[in-house]
Design a protein around this ligand. Structure first.
Ligand SMILES: Cc1cc2nc3c(=O)[nH]c(=O)nc-3n(C[C@H](O)[C@H](O)[C@H](O)COP(=O)(O)OP(=O)(O)OC[C@H]3O[C@@H](n4cnc5c(N)ncnc54)[C@H](O)[C@@H]3O)c2cc1C
Length: 414
C-alpha cells in the first residue's frame, strides 16, 4: 500500500529534534523534491522512520566525538538488532528479510548520520552474512546467522591483500587441505571489523586447484592475528585491520561449499555495490541538508546567504544531483525487487552516486565557510568519509571499467 505522507518537497515536516546545536545542522530536512517517498509502502515507511529517528536521536549526538577519538560507538552499534535491520534482506535464521528498498533506506539513513556506522552494518549484514547466506550450506546458515543477526557474533570479510586491492582476483593467500582441515597462510589488509570480529570470512586460493574458496574463520584460532590500521582520516569510528594468517587451521565444515571459484566471491560483491550507492546518497543528503539550513541562518552583507543568487544556484545544483541520486537508488531497488539488478547496473549506480556525493559534500563544506571544517558541524566528517565509499568495494575507476567493458564489449583491464 502506498502512503500519502503529505510532505512539502523542501521539508518533510518531520519533527524537530529538541537537542539543538551542534547536530541540528544535519537534522533531517526530509529532502525529497521529486516525491519518491510517495511510493513507499507502510512497511517501508515504518522502517525508514524508525532508522531516521534512531539516527537523529542516538547517532548524531555522539558521531563527531567518536570520529574525533577514532572510537567505535558500541553503545550505538549494539542497538542495531532492536531496529530489526541486521541481516538486511536475508530470509530466516533470525534475519529480518527486508525488501530491497527498505535495505537501501536503512543504509542511506545510517550513512546520513554516521558513515562508520553504515560501514559496520554493510560489513556485518552485507558482506559477512551475505557470503554465508549465499554460499554456505543450510547447516552453516543455521549455525552462524542467528547469532550474527543478534550481533552476538560480529563478522568480517577478508578479501583485500597488501598487494591485491582492485585486482583481488589475483589474491595470494593459500588454503592447503590437510585431512579434515584446511591450513590458511597469507596477509589481508583493510578488513573492516577484522580486529573485533568473532568470525572472518577469509578468501584463499586452493594450493592444488588454484581456485579461490571462502572459509568462515574463528578469529580465536591460533595463527590469526589482526591489528587495527591507525591514523585514518576517513571512517575513523569503524576499524579496519591488517590480518596475518600463519598456519590457521579451519575445519572442512567451515568452508563455504558454494564458494568454488572467484566468480562466487564476485557474486557477493555484486549484491553489496548497490548498498554503496545508497550509502553515498545518505552522505550527500547530510551535506545538502546542512548547507541549506546554514545558508538560511547565516547572514553576510546584511542578508541571509540563501537570498544571494549564486548561493541559490549552488543549492539548486546540489539538489538536482541529489535528486538524480535518489532516482538511481529507487530504480536499483525496483530492479532488485524484480530480480533484474545486474552487477553492472549496480556498479554504475555506485560510480555515479559516490562521484556526485563527493561533489555535493565539497560544495556543502564551502557554503559553511570556516564552520565547514569543524567536526561539530558534521559536513567535514561526511566529506572525509565519502572518500572511503569512493574506494571500497571497487573504486570509481574500476566500476567505470566494468561498465565500459559491458557497453563497448572491449575489456580495458584484465
Ligand atoms: C575504509 C575501507 C574499508 C574497507 N573494507 C574492506 C573489507 O571489509 N574487506 C576487504 O576485503 N577489503 C576492504 N577494503 C579494501 C578496498 O576494497 C580496497 O581498498 C579497494 O578495492 C581498492 O584497492 P587498493 O586500496 O589496493 O587500491 P589499488 O587497487 O592499488 O588502486 C589505486 C588506484 O589505482 C586505480 N586502478 C587500479 N587498477 C586500475 C586499472 N586497471 N586502470 C586504471 N586505474 C586503476 C584505482 O582506481 C585507484 O585509483 C576497504 C578499504 C577501505 C579504504
Amino acid at each position: 500500500m502506498a502512503v500519502d505522507i503529505g510532505q512539502s518537497p523542501a521539508d518533510g515536516g518531520l519533527e524537530a529534534d529538541p537537542s539543538g546545536a551542534p547536530h541540528q545542522l544535519t537534522e533531517a530536512r526530509g529532502t525529497d523534491y521529486f516525491s519518491v517517498r510517495h511510493r513507499f509502502t507502510t512497511q517501508q515507511w515504518d522502517t525508514f522512520m524508525a532508522v531516521r529517528r534512531f539516527v537523529d536521536h542516538e547517532v548524531l549526538p555522539v558521531a563527531a566525538e567518536a570520529w574525533d577519538a577514532a572510537q567505535m560507538s558500541w553503545d550505538v552499534i549494539n542497538r542495531l538488532p532492536e531496529l530489526g535491520v541486521v541481516g538486511d534482506d536475508i530470509e530466516g535464521n533470525g534475519c529480518p528479510g527486508l525488501d530491497p528498498l527498505s535495505c537501501g533506506l536503512v543504509s542511506m539513513e545510517l550513512a546520513r548520520g554516521d558513515g562508520s556506522l553504515a560501514t559496520f552494518h554493510a560489513v556485518q549484514s552485507g558482506l559477512a552474512m551475505k557470503a554465508i547466506d549465499m554460499l554456505g550450506s543450510e547447516e552453516q546458515r543455521a549455525r552462524f546467522l542467528p547469532g550474527m543477526a543478534r550481533l552476538e557474533t560480529v563478522g568480517a570479510f577478508g578479501l583485500t591483500e597488501p598487494d591485491h586491492g582492485s585486482d583481488s582476483v589475483s589474491l595470494e593467500t593459500t588454503a592447503r587441505r590437510d585431512g579434515d582441515e584446511w591450513v590458511l597462510d597469507g596477509r589481508k589488509r583493510w578488513i573492516g571489523n577484522g580486529s573485533v570480529a568473532h568470525r572472518t570470512v577469509v578468501w584463499a586460493r586452493n594450493t592444488e586447484s588454484g581456485d579461490v574458496h571462502g572459509f568462515v574463520v574463528d578469529t580465536t584460532t591460533p595463527g590469526y592475528e589482526a591489528s587495527v590500521i591507525p591514523r585514518k582520516g576517513s571512517m575513523r569510528s569503524v576499524w579496519q585491520a591488517d590480518i596475518r594468517l600463519d598456519g590457521v587451521r579451519v575445519p572442512e565444515s567451515d568452508r563455504l561449499p558454494g564458494a568454488r571459484t572467484f566468480k562466487d566471491t564476485g557474486r557477493v560483491l555484486a549484491t553489496t555495490r548497490g548498498t554503496c550507492a545508497w550509502i553515498a546518497l545518505g552522505h550527500a543528503t547530510a551535506g545538502y541538508d546542512a548547507a541549506l539550513r546554514y545558508a538560511l541562518e547565516r547572514t553576510q552583507f546584511g542578508k541571509p546567504l540563501a537570498s544571494l543568487q549564486i548561493v541559490q544556484q549552488r543549492l539548486v545544483k546540489m539538489l538536482a544531483e541529489l535528486t538524480g541520486m535518489q532516482l538511481y537508488c529507487m530504480q536499483i531497488a525496483q530492479l532488485a525487487e524484480e530480480g533484474d539488478l545486474s552487477p553492472t547496473i549496480a556498479g554504475l549506480a555506485k560510480m555515479n552516486n559516490t562521484s556526485k556525493a563527493r561533489w555535493i559534500l565539497s560544495e556543502a563544506r564551502d557554503l559553511l565557510g570556516g564552520n565547514g571544517i569543524l567536526l561539530d558541524n558534521h559536513v567535514m566528517r561526511h566529506m572525509a568519509d565519502i572518500e572511503s565509499v569512493h574506494t571500497f568495494e571497487g573504486t570509481e575507476t574500476i566500476q567505470t571499467l566494468i561498465v565500459g567493458r559491458e557497453i563497448t564489449g572491449l575489456g580495458a583491464f584484465t
